[in-house]
Design a protein around this ligand. Structure first.
Ligand code: G4P
Length: 540
């Protein structure tokens, strides 16, 4: 065999290893209305995956919930909200699961959208007593925009819950998503004893564990024995399942992957009921990392050379580590710590000596990573959300990350003129992280930018960070605008001459026209169809 042929065989081996590693991975996020149980479910995933050191004993007690692994900045702790996106990696049955944390509040939909650009599937958690809630709907719409396959987990079934058929109707009517139960609850509240697995018709009977601190044991009881064990609840559940079978509620993998159909699981994260079934479904059903379309629409295969997308840039995540982290999802190839990668936008190379995998506040050095994995590059402050990184000679550019339609606006001004420099650099940093959108008018310049957001909580985060991280006390004054549209240079001059319209520019060069009244905007659109007034995504 010639030396050339040997080298070729080596390269083949490396390629198939990448594909093999990608096939083992599931990268997903959880979306839910606050309080539906996302944190609890996350903890239980980690418990089942053995990622919490000390196993069961380290699952946080209720009173210490603010300190859970994915809940890490001071503001989050004060407000009890999850602002930042952490990534948790854990193993389960030979697979590697990457769970990306999304903010629970719809005000952070834009952040959620970016995180969802890095996942292959999402779990939607509903409270069984409440069903679809306001933030569920908002976050679901973000998933729909990204055509992400969704697995539904109806939680808190250990408490009195609503009629499960009614909950399915609600999902179908309100989300226009076809729910297909894979499991069906037997009893609810104190009598919740297990689920019927519709694939086998077996009764999966759970055993309670003290405080849900260890994995819930379960036994699989045949349909014949189940009636004796669960009595009336079993018969009731069987009838519902027969109804579903009759209605043809069947799983269809293609429709699931297209985001049209959602497999539904019932359970209780608190008592661990159904958590294992859900995890197994994620492994069996959620797609593993696959080829990704680049900016030209060409598919980049997972076993091409290394490439990654930046989906989050975050500074000063923890007082113990005063630095900024760019989170990347590996899209293709193998990442090895220390390799030199190129940022496609700036054409600059970056050393990756300080690459980390992050588990909430704990960091460990990432030696290598495969498609679907997330790595944090420390002190990569030149990177922006949407940036493509690639190995030398393997360039790629990803489609632009679309900006969300802002609906709240504030005029920002530094209260202390001696801190003007800190204010400017703070605003630039928040802009590059996408904490808020920063819009500028010729007359406002850097000293009086307009901050634009999907929801007002984003302003609180901006104000808090400008004050505490950059030492710039800031005044955020109410602004008159209520809607924004993307425009272009050709239309901008005409718009500038009109009253009730303000043309602003973003750092990335996009021009946004702001309107004080939606009626005025509607009238302009009908009177001047020649003007470019493009809708932004997420507009209600
Ligand atoms: P979130 O991240 O979606 O906001 O929800 P989180 O997990 O923090 O859960 C919110 C509350 O709901 C918590 O109670 C949690 O223990 C409870 N919970 C979560 N899953 C279940 C479940 O399956 N069954 C029951 N019964 N409760 C569940 P908490 O922090 O003590 O607050 P609260 O009980 O005073 O509201």
């Amino acid at each position: 065999m010639s030396s050339d042929a040997t080298a070729g065989a080596g390269a083949d081996d490396a390629l198939s290893e990448t594909a093999r590693q990608a096939a083992k991975r599931r990268t997903f996020a959880i979306i839910s209305h606050p309080d539906a149980g996302k944190t609890t479910l996350t903890e239980k995933f980690l418990l089942y995956g053995g990622a919490l050191s000390g196993g069961a004993g380290s699952v946080k007690a209720k009173g210490d919930r603010r300190g859970t692994a994915s809940d890490w900045t001071e503001l989050e702790r004060q407000r009890g909200i999850s602002v930042t996106s952490a990534v948790l990696q854990f193993g389960y049955r030979g697979c590697v699961l990457n769970l990306l944390d999304t903010p629970g509040h719809g005000d952070f939909s834009e952040d959620t959208y970016r995180v969802l650009s890095a996942v292959d599937a999402a779990v939607m958690v509903l409270d069984g007593a409440k069903g679809i809630e306001a933030q569920t709907r908002k976050l679901f719409e973000v998933c729909r925009n990204r055509e992400i396959p969704i697995v539904t987990f109806i939680n808190k079934w250990d408490r009195p819950a609503r009629d499960p058929l009614e909950l399915l109707d609600e999902i179908e009517d309100q989300l226009v998503l076809d729910p297909v139960p894979v499991t069906w609850p037997v009893g609810d509240g104190d009598r919740f004893s297990g689920v019927i697995d519709r694939r086998s018709n077996d009764f999966v009977r759970f055993e309670r564990t003290a405080g849900g601190a260890t994995a819930a044991a379960f036994e699989v009881v045949s349909a014949e024995q189940a009636a004796a064990v669960a009595g009336g609840d079993w018969h009731e559940a069987r009838e519902a399942v027969e109804l579903l079978d009759g209605a043809g509620a069947e799983l269809d993998g293609k429709r699931f992957e297209a985001g049209e159909l959602s497999p539904v699981f019932f359970g209780s994260a608190l008592t661990n009921f159904g958590v294992q079934q859900l995890l197994e479904a994620i492994i069996a059903m959620a797609p593993s990392p696959s080829a990704r379309a680049d900016a030209h629409g060409d598919q980049r295969a997972v076993d091409s050379g290394f490439s990654a997308v930046v989906f989050k840039v975050q500074s000063n995540t923890d007082p113990a580590h005063r630095d900024s982290i760019a989170f990347l999802r590996v899209c293709s190839g193998r990442f090895e710590r220390g390799m030199t990668v190129t940022c496609e936008r700036t054409r600059k190379t970056l050393a990756t000596k300080y690459a980390h995998t992050v588990l909430g506040r704990d960091r460990s050095t990432a030696e290598d990573a495969w498609p679907g994995d997330v790595i944090g590059l420390v002190n990569a402050s030149a990177l922006r959300v949407g940036d493509a990184l690639h190995a030398a000679g393997e360039p790629v550019r990803w489609p632009a990350v679309p900006a969300f339609a802002p609906s709240s606006f504030r005029l920002a001004r530094c209260r202390d003129t001696s801190k003007a420099k800190q204010f400017r650099s703070g605003v630039r940093q928040l802009d590059s992280e996408g904490v808020v959108q920063v819009l500028r008018r010729p007359e406002g310049g850097e000293s009086s930018p307009i901050l634009a957001a999907v929801g007002p909580l984003q302003f609180e985060v901006a104000e808090h960070r400008l004050r505490h991280e950059f030492g710039a006390p800031v005044e955020l004054a109410p602004a008159p605008w209520t809607a924004a549209r993307r425009t272009d240079e050709a239309s901008a001059d005409a718009l500038r001459a009109m009253s009730g319209v303000t043309v602003t520019a973003r750092d990335d060069g996009d021009l946004l026209a702001l309107f004080e009244s939606p009626y005025w905007l509607a009238r302009l659109e009908s009177d001047h169809p020649d003007l470019t007034l493009d809708r932004l995504i997420g507009e209600g």
